[in-house]
Design a binder for this molecule. Structure first.
Ligand SMILES: [Zn+2]
Length: 390
């Protein structure tokens, strides 16, 4: 067992962006010998360590800070839960990958032409620049959150009548209970920005990002991630299943151990219930949340991280290789979507001018001029759009 397994919180992030010798090789994913004397030379280099798989004995290389390590030969996951505390993760699942590179691009292309905001022939005009398979580790905390809260609600009532009528504020005690079951996902790595789109998978986060370019009337087009059960469709972890899809070499080790994932889920649920209680009272004076954890599972999610370019810009799409759907994506808004939005706005303004013109007694000309300008501009924009390149 190596002596340099770090107990407790991970050290400060290693310096990034200054590749120097060893770290370059690591970035390329090439195996590197464990340095004989690890700590002395340069603390800023990310170290590579090695342990043996507790099941098959194969050497498992892992980066400094990683603590949930899956053997790519037999699929056993080992957790380094502190000095001298190495455990095998038993509750260990996989969402089986069902699509390879080409099918992932197919799914992303289907998504690129779907909906009002995207141009129908967008998939024919993009270049796929990057396709990366990754198998990402998530802890799923199965639990029930129970909250009792009480507080005060500000209300108003009308007192008196006639001239003495007035609105008065008063406070009323309110209380409530929140009980909900969760399969709360905790991404098992510290840095959610090292791969594109990881944060966007969390329930409630924005996951669809329209690119409006210079267009100023930016109505709609974005979407938030649904509250999905990541355990749905799971199977017992199987390295063979990953090998079939050629994804076994793309397993990402976790950095966050089970205990920390559990307490992170607890904190997030406490925050969520606090926010829910606060939405029901002007002031929450008392709140108590208990969280009953039924179990914590490790589940691996296979994804395709794709990058395409369109008219000189790069866009990202994240495809769920198991559910065969786009989890998160960026896309340029089509020219006809913009024209439709602009036309609706301008024609509404033109209609307002026309209504003023029709009802004004004096027969003023300006409302009709206004109606003409906005109506004419709407038509002109459509004509210009038709001649414009997408
Ligand atoms: Zn093994």
């Amino acid at each position: 067992m190596p002596e340099d397994i770090v107990d407790g919180p991970d050290p400060a992030p290693e310096s990034q962006g200054e590749p120097q010798g060893e770290s370059q090789a690591e970035a390329a994913g090439e195996p590197v010998e464990t340095p004989a004397q690890s700590v002395t030379a340069d603390d800023s280099k990310p170290e590579i360590h090695e342990i043996s798989c507790s099941n098959c004995g194969a050497p498992l290389a892992y980066m400094e800070g990683e603590a949930v390590i899956t053997c790519e030969y037999c699929g056993t996951t080992t957790m380094l839960a502190g000095y001298d505390n190495i455990v095998t993760v038993e509750s260990h699942f996989l969402l089986p990958p069902k699509v390879g590179r080409d099918e992932a691009i197919g799914i992303a292309s289907g998504w690129l032409k779907k909906g009002f905001y995207k141009s129908k022939d967008l998939p024919n005009k993009v270049t796929w620049r990057k396709t990366e398979a990754r198998v990402l580790p998530y802890w799923i905390v199965r639990c029930t959150g129970n909250t009792r809260w009480s507080g005060m609600q500000k209300r108003t009532k009308t007192v008196g009548s006639g001239k003495n009528k007035a609105t008065k504020e008063f406070w009323e005690p309110v209380s409530g209970r929140i009980t909900e079951d969760y399969t709360w996902p905790v991404y098992a790595r510290e840095d959610t920005s090292e791969f594109w789109g990881i944060r966007n998978i969390e329930p409630g986060k924005q996951c669809v990002f329209p690119d409006w370019g210079k267009f100023i009337f930016r109505f709609g087009g974005s979407k938030r991630a649904p509250n999905k059960n990541l355990l749905e469709g799971k199977m017992d972890f199987s390295i063979d299943e990953l090998k079939k899809a050629n994804m076994h070499e793309h397993i990402i080790n976790g950095q966050i151990i089970q205990d920390r994932a559990e307490s992170s889920a607890r904190n997030r649920i406490i925050e969520l219930h606090q926010a829910q209680a606060e939405s029901k009272a002007t002031k929450v004076t008392d709140i108590d949340t208990t969280i009953d954890v039924q179990g914590v599972d490790l589940v691996y999610l296979p994804i395709w991280e794709l990058v395409y370019s369109f008219s000189g810009k790069d866009y990202n799409v994240l495809v769920d290789a198991s559910r065969q759907e786009v989890l998160s994506g960026e896309a340029p808004v089509g020219k006809w979507a913009k024209a439709t939005i602009l036309d609706i706005i301008f024609l509404l303004i033109a209609a307002v001018f026309a209504a003023i013109g029709a009802t004004s007694d004096g027969g003023a000309a300006w409302p009709w001029i206004g109606a003409g300008v906005f109506g004419g501009s709407a038509i002109a924009y459509s004509v210009w759009t038709a001649t414009m390149k997408e």
